[in-house]
Design a binder for this molecule. Structure first.
Ligand code: CUA
Length: 160
């Protein structure tokens, strides 16, 4: 083997090991995972996903609930072509954990003016926490094309 050839093989090998170690450290040491890889709702096609979702906690009780002072959990079901619930109201400064899934096709979950931006896959539970420091009416939008009434699929987060 030529000297240069061996040199670059060794460099490539070191890089490869370095990158794998970095990925391993991020996953195990820093607990960095794909967003929304929380849990999955299992169903059969005879049961129908939407029906199973509606009976699976926490989606059997969609809506807002307080979990601690200033902290809320907001459970949403997305379906063609609406969000359930389509409106929540929280006091200013609240930290809200959004827990959402889709009961049919792929939907989006985007709250305009915030960094809340999730993809809702059928039966996959997505989660994200956000603190609302500024009062206002925030538009909740589906930003994944989900059928012919996609553009009507919206909701609202009201921060007093
Ligand atoms: Cu749901 Cu677009």
């Amino acid at each position: 083997m030529e000297r240069l050839e061996r040199f670059f093989l060794i460099v490539a090998g070191i890089l490869l090991v370095g990158f794998l170690a970095a990925v391993g450290y991020a996953a195990v040491g820093m607990h960095i995972h794909l967003p929304g890889h929380g849990s999955q709702i299992h169903y059969t096609s005879e049961q129908g996903l939407l029906k199973v979702v509606r009976h699976t906690p926490p989606f059997d009780r969609p809506g807002l609930r307080q979990v601690a002072p200033g902290k809320y959990e907001a459970v949403f079901i997305a379906r063609t072509w609406s969000f359930v619930p389509d409106k929540i109201e929280v006091p200013r400064g609240s930290e809200v954990t959004f827990i959402a899934t889709s009961g049919d096709v792929v939907h989006g979950f985007y709250i305009a003016g915030t960094r809340v931006n999730m993809m809702l896959l059928p039966g996959e539970v997505s989660r994200m926490t956000y603190r609302f420091d500024h009062p206002g009416n925030y538009l909740l939008l589906c930003h994944e094309y989900c059928g012919h009434l996609h553009e009507t699929m919206s909701g609202e987060v009201k921060v007093q």
